[in-house]
Design a protein around this ligand. Sequence first.
Ligand code: RUB
Length: 363
Amino acid sequence: MKLEIDGKLTDRPAVWWDSTNAIVRMIDQTKIPFQVEVHNCPTYRETAQAIKKMIIRGAPSIGAAAAYGLAQAVREFWNSDEFESQIKTAYNELLEARPTAVDLQNGLDFICTTEPLEPENALNRAQLFANRIAEEGQKIGQIGKELINTNMNILTHCHTGALALVDHGSALSPIIQAWQDGKRFHVYVDETRPRVQGRMTAWELCQYGINHTVICDSASGFFISQGKVDLIILGADRVTRNGDIANKIGTYNLAVLASRHKIPFYTAFPTSTFDYSTLTGKDIVIEHRDTIEVKQVSGCSQTLNRNHIVSLYTDEVKFSNPAFDVTPSDLITGYITPNGILNKSQLEKTLFNRHSHITKGTK
Ligand code: RUB
């Protein structure tokens, strides 16, 4: 994606490997939209911390970051006598950074199935994993844009653009490509508390000049009940074999509203988000994040003109902060994937073959 970094327009993915000194570099998403800054992770431990702190976020992007992180560990411990146990430690540390997005585990497993597991191979596999996600994001756009017509009102939740998918995006990709094809429509952007990923969606839509309105998450029902929403497209952090999805908190609310008001409800994701080993959404671990994220908000004050954090509540207040929820497959109209727009019965057989294709390491 095109970004202005240190005053220079450059084309960068959300995360990449700097070969000069095996540093994993990433766009610091905690600074968007006010600053575009690069965050450097010299070791796999710092890469794991960057994933945990959401410096990089978005299921596929954290999968790519974890894959690069494990490639860092292979390089770091390659000549050690305890190579096996150190790689296992690194694998677990990266896996535990965020439990819900299956892309993270798929990225790590994609590295571990490298034969032999040595520095060059591991790096090549990490780059292949990351490039494939970006390519699939572009394909999701080409396929999904057929769902979008001029004069439509679309609603999206969280951020599923280029920063969440190494490049291009998942749910935002069909929106951007439909606009680039000349279709003219409007997008309601859920701000998506508490981390307010909607501001990254708005930032990205502004760059394409796409007509949009940011709304409070709690206002989505108002616009839906007024017949103002024709289509809902959002992402997924884990898709189980029966078609249930885990996605950003608030997705389930939208699915129930869409069902009641008979609005098409689509989820878009690359193959790295498909979980071949989990049967239903009941088995998905939901990440509960630090409640400070509910208590505080970060933003840019007019006076100080820089990012800073303010508290919304006093100290005696109690909070809960589940980062995702599960939407059952019977509330999902369709799945926008690089292999086409699928219904839940097509999901497993179509994606299962592709995944085994990935894990076996064939090109
Ligand atoms: C991000 C989120 C996004 C999915 C998109 O959550 O829920 O909708 O990651 O993934 P967070 P996909 O900001 O906490 O990482 O591109 O596979 O649909």
